[in-house]
Design a protein around this ligand. Sequence first.
Ligand code: HEC
Ligand code: HEC
Length: 234
Amino acid sequence: MREKKRKMLAGAAALALCWAVSGPNLMDNAWATDAGEAKAQAQSTSDLVRKGQVLFAENCVACHQEEGVGKAGVAPSITNKELLRIASDQFLFETIRDGRVDTPMPAFGEVLASKDDIHALVAYLKSFRTGPDLSKDIEADHISMGDPRLGKRWFEQVCAGCHGPRGEGYAGEGSGTAIGKPGFLGKASDGFIRYIVKNGRSNTAMRGFSGSYGLANLSDGEIDDIISYLRILE
Ligand code: HEC
Ligand code: HEC
């Protein structure tokens, strides 16, 4: 029985090989179509990026600055290396659409002409990404099971000075964003927060909190305590 199956499989493999060898024209055409599609896609992506660049200049540059580098106390960097590695298209899209209530970040869903405009802005921001897209792994990272009471203590000692006593952000006279408000917490996964706390954000006051080069050397457990505390603020 097994022998027969193996022979059948071998036969099928030989047939497939024959088909591949005898059908070069078919293969060529398939490649040509793929290449054509890839070219058309690249073209439409660069059109989208160009459109996003124009919309950015009209709507965002006053706060987020040229090329989205940000300005302390005014608006964060949105072309930042770490942010763009972990932010999903959905995170960026919804943040632009809904803005961040209780912060200066407006809801552009009410301002821009259409959803396509937001897609173009996302494409423009993503065009600054260097390195791998980690957004799927970040999304799938574990849910924090830390102790919020301890997290409150770490937060007040280490984070509140920049992010405000309860994560109010600039409204709390801080240089950091409103990480205790629903505008951020409703869209950021635990993996997203964890990654930024560990790795920081290059060229901003937000340095990493892990390892001896960090602003403070927080353990994984302590970072999870802080995330669990932020979740009860939400
Ligand atoms: C009036 C100033 C202002 C304008 C205009 C503005 N933003 Fe913002 N934006 C902010 C502030 C302030 C924050 C941070 C809010 C907080 O504390 O959470 C922010 C946050 C963001 C974030 C989240 C960044 C992060 O670090 O998680 C994105 C993405 C963003 N803005 C995109 C845009 C885009 C795209 C535009 C233009 C369509 C725009 N913003 C226009 C002030 C502004
Ligand atoms: C020295 C000031 C400072 C300290 C201390 C600090 N942060 Fe930040 N943090 C910032 C700034 C500034 C930003 C925004 C960076 C930018 O401009 O892109 C930020 C951004 C963040 C973000 C991304 C928020 C967003 O809008 O996407 C998270 C999450 C964060 N910090 C968590 C923390 C936690 C948790 C602590 C304490 C363990 C902490 N930070 C301590 C200054 C600080």
